[in-house]
Design a protein around this ligand. Sequence first.
Ligand code: SF4
Length: 248
Amino acid sequence: MTQRLPRPGPAKRARALELLAALKERYPDAVCELTWTKPHELLVATILSAQSTDVGVNKATPALFKRFPMPSNYARATPSEIEPFVKSLNFWRNKARAVHESMTTVCERFGGEVPRTMEELLTLRGVARKTANVVLGNCFAINEGVVVDTHVGRLAKRFGLTRHDDPVKVERDLMVLIPQEDWCLVSHLLIFHGRRVCKARGGLCADDAICQRWCSQARQSASTRSSPSRPDRSRTKRPAPRGAGKRA
Ligand code: SF4
């Protein structure tokens, strides 16, 4: 990241570290949930995962990886030969083109090996900071930044780790609060919590210890539950008007 990172106060950092420890304890097996065995496969799968679920991508990639086992196989093909394998995903035509072009660049500029720097990865079509962070962290254990997807963005805000929505600013806030050796892991942990507890359309706020301790939304919902309930006017039966029920 080119911008200077702000310095958080010690209390804020300590709070983030406590949350990190709790998430590590809860999700000791947190890993990337895309299926891959070689770096270029994770690169392809991550390109395909934009606006798609990991489950959907994992259904599509076995046949794709079998037909195109190496970057050179994609490079020798055309986008239209890749398309049938990714048609179950949205934006499949653009994704097929991005996979073809990125693999072609990997072959032509990087000798068929996925590059290991952010700068080089960003030269590949379909690769932005998030995808590059996924590849660097998971394939090469290089913690260059934090992957900010929809779960990470949502959870980071709800847990008070950021007040921003812009993924670049969220990433910057996480990078100053979380030790660098955990940058890759923290995104897995937040994604695991997001998928299992804090779903985008309403989480299990009342029932989760991590939520209860760290999420302001849980505290709100707990105080709403403990306060005397106000009558729900929309459901209160109105008294029948005088004379109602009498025969005309
Ligand atoms: S308390 Fe609710 S909103 Fe907050 S993280 Fe947990 S599930 Fe999500």
